[in-house]
Design a protein around this ligand. Structure first.
Ligand code: 6PG
Length: 230
């Protein structure tokens, strides 16, 4: 399926509308909205606006996962979970049991195996082999990475597992990350890419002219959207 490219006039508002619309459709269709959050800085204002404007969503029917996490405790300034909690999760009525945090405080291999087990257990409830996100949000790094799938790292080659620890030499640290099999199992993947310096990179990836990690995001049966803004 070809990607849908949206050149946003109001990036935050259009991202929130896409998320809220996905939620309404998923909940109407199968009673739950399985949303994967991306990390970094781009999504923070989107999450804050989502909390402000979509508070009426039935958050008790929303499940939250995290596409990747830094190997730090949940209250660490680097934590994607911390960012999402401050911007969104503390500001909506979502039950704690609906938020599935990657336990970055554990040894990386243990944290990855723990999270993968939790997602597989959830998937079994839906009689699915692996967890199927209704909407998975992803960011784009200037080196073409997405989640914590960085160029020239081992996780790029994972074909079976859903969640792995990934040593990133350029950062001199491990990260926890979804793998391409889990990402591509999603019903809808949406890249949120904001910043003039990333627009040409995104365009090259969408055009298939660059074989960088983000270019390997091709949902098996789902939709792919790129929401772009300089
Ligand atoms: C992370 C992210 C990562 C991020 C990109 C873009 O943990 O940092 O998941 O993949 O989405 O690096 O980050 P910015 O939005 O901060 O540019």
């Amino acid at each position: 399926m070809s990607a849908r490219v949206i050149h946003a006039k109001d990036f935050v508002a259009e991202a929130v509308e896409l998320i809220a619309d996905s939620a309404r459709i998923a909940i109407a269709t199968h009673g739950v909205f399985r949303l994967g959050l991306s990390g970094g800085s781009t999504p923070e204002p989107v999450y804050a606006e989502l909390a402000r404007s979509a508070s009426e969503l039935p958050w008790q029917k929303v499940q939250i996962t995290f596409g990747d996490e830094r190997c730090v405790p949940p209250d660490d300034i680097q934590s994607n979970y911390r960012m999402s909690r401050h911007a969104l999760l503390d500001r909506v009525k979502i039950p704690d049991g609906n938020v599935f945090r990657m336990r970055g405080e554990l040894p990386p291999a243990e944290a990855a195996a723990d999270y993968e087990k939790r997602l597989r257990t959830l998937a079994e409830r839906f009689k699915q082999r692996r967890y199927v996100h209704d909407l998975l949000l992803l960011g784009l790094g200037e080196d073409g990475h997405t989640a914590s799938l960085f160029p020239d790292t081992d996780a790029l080659n994972e074909t079976e597992r859903d969640v792995v620890e990934n040593y990133v030499p350029k950062l001199k640290t491990h990260r926890l990350t979804f793998t391409f099999p889990l990402i591509n199992a999603a019903r809808h993947v949406c890249f949120l890419v904001r910043g003039a310096q990333k627009q040409s990179l995104a365009a090259e990836i969408v055009a298939g002219r660059l074989q960088l990690p983000a270019a390997q995001v091709r949902p098996d049966d789902g939709e792919l959207t790129w929401l772009l803004s300089p």
